[in-house]
Design a protein around this ligand. Structure first.
Ligand code: ADP
Length: 223
Protein backbone atom coordinates (compact mmCIF):
# COMPACT_ATOMS: atom_id res chain seq x y z
CA UNK A 1 0.00 0.00 0.00
CA UNK A 2 1.11 3.54 -0.69
CA UNK A 3 2.64 5.53 2.17
CA UNK A 4 -0.04 7.56 3.92
CA UNK A 5 0.49 11.32 4.02
CA UNK A 6 -1.79 12.32 6.85
CA UNK A 7 -1.45 16.05 6.37
CA UNK A 8 -4.00 16.20 3.56
CA UNK A 9 -7.40 14.54 3.71
CA UNK A 10 -9.52 14.20 0.61
CA UNK A 11 -13.11 13.10 0.14
CA UNK A 12 -14.54 12.25 -3.27
CA UNK A 13 -18.31 12.24 -3.69
CA UNK A 14 -19.67 10.41 -6.74
CA UNK A 15 -17.70 7.52 -8.15
CA UNK A 16 -18.35 7.66 -11.87
CA UNK A 17 -15.35 7.44 -14.20
CA UNK A 18 -13.99 10.86 -13.15
CA UNK A 19 -14.54 10.49 -9.40
CA UNK A 20 -13.09 6.97 -9.40
CA UNK A 21 -10.01 8.10 -11.26
CA UNK A 22 -9.45 11.08 -8.90
CA UNK A 23 -9.98 8.95 -5.76
CA UNK A 24 -7.69 6.11 -6.85
CA UNK A 25 -4.96 8.48 -8.04
CA UNK A 26 -4.92 10.48 -4.78
CA UNK A 27 -4.76 7.24 -2.79
CA UNK A 28 -1.92 5.91 -4.95
CA UNK A 29 -0.09 9.21 -4.29
CA UNK A 30 -0.27 8.40 -0.57
CA UNK A 31 -3.17 10.58 0.57
CA UNK A 32 -6.07 9.51 2.76
CA UNK A 33 -9.19 9.30 0.65
CA UNK A 34 -12.80 8.90 1.73
CA UNK A 35 -15.00 7.80 -1.18
CA UNK A 36 -18.76 8.35 -1.00
CA UNK A 37 -21.41 7.10 -3.42
CA UNK A 38 -25.09 6.25 -3.14
CA UNK A 39 -24.53 3.05 -5.11
CA UNK A 40 -23.47 -0.02 -3.14
CA UNK A 41 -21.98 -1.52 -6.28
CA UNK A 42 -19.70 1.50 -6.86
CA UNK A 43 -18.61 1.39 -3.20
CA UNK A 44 -17.73 -2.30 -3.41
CA UNK A 45 -15.74 -1.69 -6.57
CA UNK A 46 -13.57 1.05 -5.04
CA UNK A 47 -13.27 -0.24 -1.44
CA UNK A 48 -9.80 -1.79 -1.92
CA UNK A 49 -8.36 1.30 -3.61
CA UNK A 50 -9.16 4.05 -1.08
CA UNK A 51 -8.84 4.54 2.70
CA UNK A 52 -12.60 4.38 3.43
CA UNK A 53 -15.55 3.82 1.13
CA UNK A 54 -19.01 4.71 2.40
CA UNK A 55 -22.39 4.17 0.79
CA UNK A 56 -24.46 7.32 1.43
CA UNK A 57 -26.62 9.92 -0.22
CA UNK A 58 -24.44 13.03 -0.08
CA UNK A 59 -27.55 15.24 -0.11
CA UNK A 60 -28.12 14.09 3.48
CA UNK A 61 -26.41 16.67 5.69
CA UNK A 62 -26.65 14.46 8.81
CA UNK A 63 -24.70 11.68 7.12
CA UNK A 64 -22.01 14.10 5.99
CA UNK A 65 -21.79 15.45 9.55
CA UNK A 66 -21.36 11.94 10.95
CA UNK A 67 -18.58 11.30 8.46
CA UNK A 68 -16.81 14.42 9.76
CA UNK A 69 -16.71 15.95 6.30
CA UNK A 70 -15.71 19.34 7.78
CA UNK A 71 -12.35 17.89 8.77
CA UNK A 72 -11.41 17.13 5.18
CA UNK A 73 -9.07 19.59 3.51
CA UNK A 74 -10.55 19.14 0.05
CA UNK A 75 -13.85 17.61 -0.99
CA UNK A 76 -14.37 16.81 -4.67
CA UNK A 77 -17.98 16.78 -5.90
CA UNK A 78 -17.72 14.39 -8.84
CA UNK A 79 -21.42 13.65 -9.26
CA UNK A 80 -21.93 13.80 -13.02
CA UNK A 81 -25.25 13.57 -14.79
CA UNK A 82 -27.43 14.51 -11.77
CA UNK A 83 -26.72 18.25 -12.00
CA UNK A 84 -29.22 19.09 -9.26
CA UNK A 85 -27.54 16.72 -6.77
CA UNK A 86 -24.13 18.06 -7.79
CA UNK A 87 -25.17 21.68 -7.04
CA UNK A 88 -27.04 20.78 -3.84
CA UNK A 89 -24.12 18.84 -2.41
CA UNK A 90 -21.77 21.74 -3.21
CA UNK A 91 -24.08 24.15 -1.33
CA UNK A 92 -24.33 21.79 1.66
CA UNK A 93 -20.55 21.34 1.87
CA UNK A 94 -19.87 25.08 1.80
CA UNK A 95 -22.65 25.67 4.34
CA UNK A 96 -21.04 23.11 6.61
CA UNK A 97 -17.76 24.99 6.43
CA UNK A 98 -15.67 22.70 4.22
CA UNK A 99 -12.62 24.77 3.34
CA UNK A 100 -11.97 23.70 -0.22
CA UNK A 101 -14.70 22.32 -2.45
CA UNK A 102 -13.85 21.28 -6.01
CA UNK A 103 -16.89 20.62 -8.19
CA UNK A 104 -17.20 19.02 -11.58
CA UNK A 105 -19.29 20.97 -14.10
CA UNK A 106 -21.05 19.64 -17.18
CA UNK A 107 -20.96 22.97 -19.05
CA UNK A 108 -20.25 26.70 -18.65
CA UNK A 109 -23.66 27.57 -17.19
CA UNK A 110 -23.42 24.77 -14.64
CA UNK A 111 -19.91 26.02 -13.81
CA UNK A 112 -21.20 29.57 -13.23
CA UNK A 113 -23.86 28.27 -10.84
CA UNK A 114 -21.26 26.23 -8.94
CA UNK A 115 -19.07 29.32 -8.52
CA UNK A 116 -22.08 31.36 -7.34
CA UNK A 117 -22.97 28.80 -4.68
CA UNK A 118 -19.43 28.88 -3.34
CA UNK A 119 -17.39 26.18 -5.10
CA UNK A 120 -13.74 27.10 -4.63
CA UNK A 121 -12.75 25.49 -7.88
CA UNK A 122 -14.77 24.27 -10.84
CA UNK A 123 -13.36 21.64 -13.19
CA UNK A 124 -14.55 20.61 -16.65
CA UNK A 125 -12.86 17.23 -17.17
CA UNK A 126 -14.66 16.22 -20.37
CA UNK A 127 -14.16 19.59 -22.07
CA UNK A 128 -10.49 19.88 -20.99
CA UNK A 129 -9.70 16.35 -22.05
CA UNK A 130 -11.37 16.94 -25.43
CA UNK A 131 -9.21 20.03 -26.01
CA UNK A 132 -6.04 18.17 -24.99
CA UNK A 133 -6.77 15.16 -27.16
CA UNK A 134 -7.66 17.37 -30.15
CA UNK A 135 -4.33 19.19 -29.86
CA UNK A 136 -2.45 15.94 -29.57
CA UNK A 137 -4.27 14.57 -32.63
CA UNK A 138 -3.71 17.38 -35.10
CA UNK A 139 0.07 17.27 -34.94
CA UNK A 140 2.24 14.25 -34.48
CA UNK A 141 4.62 16.22 -32.28
CA UNK A 142 2.36 17.57 -29.52
CA UNK A 143 2.02 15.03 -26.73
CA UNK A 144 0.16 17.05 -24.16
CA UNK A 145 -1.38 20.46 -23.89
CA UNK A 146 -2.58 22.74 -21.13
CA UNK A 147 -4.46 25.98 -21.70
CA UNK A 148 -3.06 28.74 -19.44
CA UNK A 149 -5.31 31.51 -20.75
CA UNK A 150 -7.36 31.94 -23.92
CA UNK A 151 -4.18 32.94 -25.74
CA UNK A 152 -1.36 31.15 -23.88
CA UNK A 153 -0.62 27.46 -23.47
CA UNK A 154 1.89 25.02 -22.15
CA UNK A 155 2.73 22.13 -24.46
CA UNK A 156 4.80 18.99 -24.34
CA UNK A 157 6.29 18.65 -27.76
CA UNK A 158 8.61 16.12 -29.36
CA UNK A 159 11.69 18.10 -30.35
CA UNK A 160 12.08 18.35 -34.12
CA UNK A 161 15.12 16.62 -35.57
CA UNK A 162 16.69 19.78 -36.90
CA UNK A 163 17.37 21.02 -33.35
CA UNK A 164 19.07 17.78 -32.31
CA UNK A 165 22.70 18.35 -31.50
CA UNK A 166 22.16 22.03 -30.69
CA UNK A 167 22.07 23.58 -27.25
CA UNK A 168 18.89 25.32 -26.07
CA UNK A 169 20.80 28.59 -26.33
CA UNK A 170 21.89 27.96 -29.92
CA UNK A 171 18.40 26.82 -30.96
CA UNK A 172 17.32 30.32 -29.81
CA UNK A 173 13.64 29.35 -29.59
CA UNK A 174 12.68 32.47 -27.66
CA UNK A 175 13.97 34.87 -30.29
CA UNK A 176 12.92 32.72 -33.27
CA UNK A 177 9.50 31.58 -32.09
CA UNK A 178 8.76 33.54 -28.90
CA UNK A 179 8.46 30.35 -26.86
CA UNK A 180 10.19 29.51 -23.57
CA UNK A 181 11.37 26.00 -22.74
CA UNK A 182 10.76 25.38 -19.05
CA UNK A 183 11.76 21.71 -18.91
CA UNK A 184 13.25 18.97 -21.04
CA UNK A 185 12.26 15.34 -20.65
CA UNK A 186 15.00 12.87 -21.53
CA UNK A 187 13.44 9.43 -21.13
CA UNK A 188 12.41 9.15 -17.50
CA UNK A 189 14.59 12.06 -16.44
CA UNK A 190 13.24 15.62 -16.28
CA UNK A 191 15.55 18.62 -16.47
CA UNK A 192 13.65 21.54 -14.95
CA UNK A 193 14.68 25.09 -15.93
CA UNK A 194 17.27 23.88 -18.45
CA UNK A 195 20.23 26.21 -18.94
CA UNK A 196 21.23 27.64 -22.32
CA UNK A 197 24.01 25.03 -22.52
CA UNK A 198 21.58 22.06 -22.27
CA UNK A 199 22.12 19.86 -25.33
CA UNK A 200 19.01 18.76 -27.25
CA UNK A 201 19.23 15.05 -28.05
CA UNK A 202 17.16 12.78 -30.27
CA UNK A 203 13.89 11.81 -28.60
CA UNK A 204 13.87 14.74 -26.17
CA UNK A 205 10.50 16.16 -25.21
CA UNK A 206 10.36 19.92 -24.68
CA UNK A 207 7.91 21.44 -22.21
CA UNK A 208 7.30 24.93 -23.57
CA UNK A 209 5.16 27.96 -22.79
CA UNK A 210 4.09 30.59 -25.28
CA UNK A 211 1.26 32.28 -27.08
CA UNK A 212 -0.91 29.91 -29.11
CA UNK A 213 0.17 31.62 -32.34
CA UNK A 214 3.86 31.20 -31.55
CA UNK A 215 3.39 27.60 -30.40
CA UNK A 216 1.42 26.78 -33.57
CA UNK A 217 4.22 28.23 -35.67
CA UNK A 218 6.74 26.09 -33.81
CA UNK A 219 4.52 22.99 -34.01
CA UNK A 220 4.03 23.59 -37.73
CA UNK A 221 7.77 23.88 -38.30
CA UNK A 222 8.32 20.88 -36.10
CA UNK A 223 6.43 18.38 -38.28
P1 ADP B 1 -19.12 10.22 -14.69
O1 ADP B 1 -19.70 11.01 -15.83
O2 ADP B 1 -17.86 10.83 -14.10
O3 ADP B 1 -18.93 8.74 -15.01
P2 ADP B 1 -21.62 9.67 -13.37
O4 ADP B 1 -22.65 10.73 -13.44
O5 ADP B 1 -21.76 8.50 -14.28
O6 ADP B 1 -20.21 10.36 -13.53
O7 ADP B 1 -21.48 9.10 -11.90
C1 ADP B 1 -21.77 9.82 -10.81
C2 ADP B 1 -21.76 8.95 -9.56
O8 ADP B 1 -22.33 9.75 -8.54
C3 ADP B 1 -22.59 7.67 -9.65
O9 ADP B 1 -21.83 6.57 -9.22
C4 ADP B 1 -23.76 7.95 -8.70
O10 ADP B 1 -24.16 6.77 -7.98
C5 ADP B 1 -23.18 8.96 -7.74
N1 ADP B 1 -24.19 9.84 -7.13
C6 ADP B 1 -25.19 10.52 -7.77
N2 ADP B 1 -25.92 11.20 -6.86
C7 ADP B 1 -25.36 10.99 -5.65
C8 ADP B 1 -25.66 11.41 -4.31
N3 ADP B 1 -26.68 12.23 -4.05
N4 ADP B 1 -24.86 10.99 -3.30
C9 ADP B 1 -23.82 10.17 -3.55
N5 ADP B 1 -23.49 9.74 -4.77
C10 ADP B 1 -24.25 10.12 -5.80
Amino acid sequence: MAKVKTEKLFAVIGLGRFGTSVAKTLFRMGYEVLAIDSSEERINEIADFVTHAVQADAKDEEVLKKLGIRNFDTVIVAIGSDVQANILVTVILKDMGVRHVVAKAQNDLHGKVLTKVGADRVVYPERDMGVRVAHALVTSTVMDYLELSPVHSLVEIRCPDRFVGQTIGAADLRARYGITVIAVRKGDEVLASPGADTMIEKGDILVAVGSNDDLNRFEGDAV
